[in-house]
Design a protein around this ligand. Structure first.
Ligand code: EZ4
Ligand code: CO
Length: 402
């Protein structure tokens, strides 16, 4: 089998997606997600200008060799743009291999290790009462794990809480917006939210929370301690993770489990975090971490250190990534949980898929390959629109981590 074409489909069914379609001389094609939120066209250009021409004529079954060719062969290593582009190729090749061998991708990754993939939903509200209601609503939909984010008294808006009545979506069309942040006010509010959630909703539901990189290590240590009575499933991204040693300080002070890595694009971003057992869940994800080939290696290394996976799964990761994540989560031994921020009905219509949700778990389906497609005619009706993630400033105007 030979690759005959590799082209991009760029569309915006409620939000932007970049999708790579690789076609072969045997009529089989594969899809890969290449979406990098707020920097979409950089990846599209990396692929169309530099990667796609090198794929034509290659044997698509040589997944490992093509991964190494694109990683080592570029000379310039790592980085979100490069690794998202490599991931798109890699995932499309796994899709092709599954279709060629007439088996779902999870079988190629070792077969089922469990029956279903536990997912967590998003809940949010402007205050504690609204957030309690929102978590309850997700539980009524069947979720057994829910992430809770709440507005902060005295602050006009925060990460994870929608500005209007629509579902929360961090990317905004137009130029980047700016929001205000106060760690002091947040640190007072967050423990009260989780205390109330346990009182109202009981001990069984897994509760998660995303700090979204906004604290210092000592502040995160204090938050982790304050949240211990609420028994969280995890505290996510307590600090920006470029400084891996920062987690040592957090770890020394709290038993609240820690998840990080949604912005990692290389195993090396997590190497110290894993081998020192400073984290419990690795959030590195297929689309930004270099594909299934890279994630499998990272997960196998993490397994040795009792670190489990908790792959990023927000709406900017397309249904193609969601499908890949479900095949991955079903097959690896050290799976923890998978994020499930539901796509809009329009996004789902553009990407028809086999995966399903039932009673807290998701299932990739048994169709050969990934079990996800793209309706190119429908996609063409929703052209790309420039969009950005917001920025955050402290109360005195200092730019801080969003
Ligand atoms: O801010 O996906 O856990 N989920 C998150 C997301 C990220 C966006 C960035 O593109 O942190 O909401
Ligand atoms: Co996050």
């Amino acid at each position: 089998m030979k690759i005959t074409s590799a082209r991009l489909i760029i569309c915006s069914p409620d939000r932007n997606f970049v999708t790579l379609k690789i076609e072969t001389d045997e009529g089989i094609y594969g899809l890969g997600d290449a979406t990098l939120n707020g920097r979409e066209l950089a990846v599209a250009s990396y692929l169309s200008e530099h990667v796609c021409p090198c794929l034509i004529g290659r044997d698509p079954s040589q997944i490992e060799d093509i991964w190494q060719y694109l990683y080592r062969g570029a000379y310039w290593r790592r980085g979100p743009v490069t690794m998202t582009a490599i991931a798109a190729v890699d995932v499309a090749l796994w899709d092709i291999k599954g279709k060629a061998l007439n088996t779902p991708v999870y079988n190629l990754l070792g077969g089922k290790s469990r029956d279903g993939v536990m997912v967590y939903a998003h809940a949010n509200g402007r205050d504690i009462d609204e957030t309690v209601d929102s978590v309850r609503k997700e539980m009524e939909l069947g979720y057994i794990a829910v992430r809770a984010q709440s507005g902060i008294p005295g602050m006009s808006g925060t990460y994870g809480v929608p500005k209007g009545t629509k579902a929360y979506e961090p990317a905004e069309r137009g130029l980047p917006s700016e929001s205000l942040w106060s760690s002091e006010r947040y640190l007072r509010a967050a423990p009260k939210l989780f205390e109330r959630l346990r009182v109202e909703l009981g001990e069984d539901v897994h509760l998660l929370h995303d700090v979204h990189h906004r604290l210092t290590p000592i502040e995160a240590a204090r938050l982790g301690k304050a949240l211990e009575p609420a028994n969280l499933f995890w505290m996510e991204d307590p600090v920006p993770a470029e400084l891996q040693e920062g987690f040592k300080l957090i770890r020394e002070h709290t038993t609240t489990p820690i998840a990080t890595g949604e912005v990692f694009n290389s195993f090396w971003d997590a190497h110290d975090l894993i081998r020192n057992q400073w984290i419990d869940y690795l959030r590195m994800t297929i689309v930004h971490g270099g594909g299934l080939t890279a994630l499998k290696k990272a997960a196998d290394f993490a397994a040795i250190y009792h670190v489990r996976t908790g792959c990023h799964g927000a709406t900017d990761l397309s249904p193609v990534t969601m499908a890949a994540a479900l095949h991955f989560g079903l097959s690896i031994h050290n799976f923890g949980v998978q994020e499930h921020m539901r796509h809009s009905a329009l996004t789902d219509a553009v990407f028809p898929h086999e995966y399903t949700f039932s009673a807290g778990y998701m299932y990739p389906g048994d169709k050969p390959g990934l079990g996800v497609d793209i309706d190119e005619t429908l996609a063409a009706k929703y052209p790309y629109e420039r969009a950005y993630l917001p920025l955050a400033r402290k109360l005195d105007g200092t730019l801080t981590d969003w």
